[in-house]
Design a protein around this ligand. Structure first.
Ligand SMILES: [Zn+2]
Length: 298
């Protein structure tokens, strides 16, 4: 463990401790809070492509008092603002190459340092990134979302983008205990025997895509939401990210969550799970009973 990480642990274990020394101060101070450490403040969200990381992170972050940091957005912002780092990345992207780990880490770390709590989405993708993150900003937990692969593929291929880049889904997946209705711009409804209908009273059959032309008007598929690209992404994900998951599992800081239904049903359950985890972690650090600090609103 390096000096900064040791200092972070000391702050975690003893909230009243003041860390002195210029090197340590520079790294640690943004994370020293006036109140005792409040458990889950530094979180990464992991999971295969198409599992819905962005959707879940958008739900969870404000409810846990965390800032949702999307690495892809940071890269796009930097490029569009033509900062020195942005110009460097634009060059790499133009040449069709992957942005190097070091450049991504520089960008992400400079962004995380000023934050009191974050939910990091899109990093770490490699063990190298995970180890670098540990040294700079030790995490409280790694949240790993998983889902049946066949269902993920069906959902990925039925994803559609609407106005203002909103994401919808035309697939109604029902398999075993999975019940994942489509996500449409307008509300759906059920009849007395449980059949599902769109706003225009067209029936949506289980394991089919929505057929109503009025519901699908103005929605378009992304070019890369097709089975070939999805399988390729999945292979890349497994080979690069599985060592990262193993690394966090060995440190006993992973929360596993298997998605088996609609985001409306699963997201509140996941929030509850994280709040319980947060309470346990906070009690471990502070030795105190539960206090008012963890958010409880869903
Ligand atoms: Zn319709």
């Amino acid at each position: 463990m390096n000096e900064a990480a040791v200092a972070m642990e000391s702050v975690a274990l003893n909230p009243t401790l003041t860390v002195k020394g210029s090197f340590v101060r520079g790294v640690v101070e943004p994370y020293i809070r006036k109140k005792p450490r409040t458990a889950i403040k530094r979180v990464v969200i992991m999971g295969p492509p198409g599992v819905g990381k962005g959707t879940y992170a958008t739900f969870l972050a404000p409810r846990l008092g965390l800032k949702h940091v999307v690495v892809g957005d940071l890269v796009r912002n930097e490029i569009s603002q033509a900062t020195p780092l942005g110009l460097q990345m634009a060059d790499v992207v133009r040449q069709g190459k992957l942005i190097e780990d070091d450049v991504i880490m520089q960008l992400v770390f400079s962004h995380l340092k000023g934050l009191d709590g974050f939910l990091l989405d899109g990093m770490p993708r490699t063990l190298k990134q995970a180890l670098a993150l540990d040294a700079i900003v030790p995490l409280d937990l790694a949240l790993n979302l998983s889902m049946d692969e066949e269902i993920m593929l069906r959902k990925a291929c039925a994803r559609r983008i609407g106005p203002a880049n909103k994401v919808y889904n035309l697939a109604y997946v029902k398999k075993g205990m999975f019940d994942m209705p489509p996500h449409l711009p307008a509300k759906t409804w059920c009849d007395a025997v449980g059949r599902l209908f769109c706003k225009h009273d067209v029936e949506i059959r289980p394991n089919e895509d929505v057929q109503c032309p009025a519901c699908t008007e103005g929605l378009s598929a992304r070019e890369d939401d097709n089975p070939e690209v999805w399988h390729h992404r999945m292979q890349t994900y497994k080979s690069l990210t599985c060592p990262v998951l193993a690394h966090y599992a060995a440190k006993n800081m992973t929360v596993e969550f298997s998605i088996n239904g609609d985001v409306k049903a699963c997201a509140p359950r996941l929030l509850e799970l994280l709040q319980e985890y947060g309470t346990r972690l906070r009690n471990k650090y502070s030795g105190s009973a539960v206090d008012h600090f963890l958010p409880s609103r869903i």
